[in-house]
Ligand binder design. Sequence first.
Ligand code: PLP
Length: 755
Amino acid sequence: MPWSQRDIYLDANATTPTLPSAIEAARWTMDGEFANPSSTHCAGLRAKEMMESARQNARLVLKASRGRILFTSGATEAIQTAVLSALSAKADGDPRYAGRHLLLYGATEHKAVPESLKHWNHLLHTGCEVRAIPVDGEGRHDLAVLRELAPAALLVCTMAVNNETGVISDLDGIEGVLREQPDCLWLVDGVQALGKLPIALDRSRIDYFPLSGHKLYAPKGIGLLWVRESAPFTPLTAGGGQEGGQRSGTENMSGIAGFGAVLQELVQCGGQFCAIEALHGYRERLVGALRQAFPGIVFNMPFDRSVPTTINFSVPGFASKELLDLFDAAGIRVSSGSACSSGKAARSHVLDAMGLPCWRSESAVRLSFGRVWTDADCQRAAERILEAGHALRNACLMTESASQRDDFDGVIQFKHDGACTWLIVARAAAKVVIIDPVSELCDRIERYVRCQGLKVDAVLDTHSHADHESARELLLKDFGGQGPDPAVAVDALGWPQAAGSVDFGQYQLRRMALPGHTADSVGYVLARRTADGAWQTRQVFVGDTVLIGGIGRTNFPSSSAPEIYRSIRRLGAEFGHHMLLCPAHDYRHDFATTLAAEAAINPLLAHTLAELPDGEASFVSAKAQVDAELDDSQGQVLMCGSLRCSSEPDPAGLEFNSQSLRDYLAAHPEARMVDVREAYERAMGAAIEPELHVAADSVPLSRLSQNLVDWLAGEARPLIFFCRSGNRSLLAAKCLRRLGHTQAYHLRGGLALFR
Ligand code: PLP
């Protein structure tokens, strides 16, 4: 099936499909005129002519009658060449650059620019200082700073159009400043401007102008660099002398032909594809659909100072990754921030540089389209965007009234930046208890609780947190009459003072003192009533006493290392080593743990559990050392304990591809497929069950810990996790293996690669 029927592709700033004329031109260089353009025979001459005609088209599009144009593998190589050229001139002692020691780049540049500057500055020992030019809240360069620094600048790099926001730089303003500095070199990354804005290099003061083919409907692996005739130039590669000695290596003829065809179309339509009004019309419709689908949405670019083909937005309460999963499930391919690691939300360096609040940077999503985009595409995209919003509302995540409440009963893990808030939902009694509420999660928790029609029975903390304010008071205020009975006196952590236990529906929580991390640290022991009326302990919410891969830090004023040693031993003595422990932090998406799993990866914890004669004293000295090495500077999260991890299971032993999964299921009919996508993705997205003729359980990662208790207690039955891309399912399989389940697997590449 062609991509246009399967996907709604709104990621044109990442790359574009190749135009039919470009495909045809590229194909022709492979099975028609395939000769080497350096050959002097007739076939070689024809190949060379094709290449020169592509170059000529570039000149026409760029309005660059003079200067060098060399074909490169893309913009990244073109940028390297420009940076190398400028720095080599300085390294060679060119007197024009003697007093110039600053390498300036706009704070929102594509990484290819600052990374090239640092790389070549280091390799050539140029001794320059690489410095960012700040931008304002709309992403425009601070011209006052540029004016101040320009007299010392060797090279200034400013993009024409930003790839994340579509913001158009004030190149006239920058040029105005640089006209006063004739010896300061100027690179303008034109990648996202080509075909969208008029370009006239002959009339400008620009020295280097890199471009990329695949951002504008040419094949990948081709780009070009224009260099002003008076600007320094040094080849990046040496060898056979191709491209007039400016870039050795046999030319990428299919790429050049494809790029040439696109440039020719551009020449024919005056340098810009599509009527600009049509593009504005598409943007308006998409923005309208987004506003309707996601109340509270904010747009992260000024509409009047950006190209109409890029929309960047954030939705309060949602991380970009969640929105990307949602859009992907709806068949809409968009971009979010970079991949999230170590439990921290991914951020956009562009939005950070614009000074937008953290949540907008963590929630940012980019939609981008272009020339290959029709009225019908726009209509389909708008409809799917509305469906995506509808799915979120039904999952109790967007509004407080849902047409469908789910019937989930048990434990839910909400997370923000590695901090966990746990909800225990007693469905039959329509009650919920909230443990360790984090303020960033409050809106989401409130929406969920209200939409599910639950009454809050208690809001508890496991200790007085050092890294974040407890949101207990905030939640209690917001819930008002839907919250706990204000007549019941509670202690500083929210525990009803007179109560031995808190009973809510079929659940019971008991408090257990676990001092050490702080003097007031406690654990909450969760039990559920079984069919015969007995209480069965299921898991313990341990706060920061036991973390996954670490032990809570004990270097706060109210901490005590001997106490935490005894608290951990008490946990072991009371519940054994296989009780599920749910900590207040999950820095790396590990979900929950057990003492046995911790002892296997953390020697200090193994030491704590062992019966050693001088156990406590040696624990205390080892712990002091661990705490001294704690790295508080890991982002904004104050690390609540050391993360000491060894062995990770080898992913290769955990994974299936489509065929090996089919074979395994045929041989193991008892295996269970588990879909770890969120319910709203599952409702909209592709399903695997009809293909495999098996049933699948739905266990979103936020509800994994609820199921861990049963999966680990029962007979080990093979479990095969799957999701959209294979990332979340791998986390689930690793978690199960870590906790001792020997038959947990996942589908590599998820539904995206399933055939
Ligand atoms: N500059 C900008 C503004 C870009 O958007 C990109 C690609 O994302 C690049 C440079 C790098 O281009 P290429 O993929 O051709 O190396």
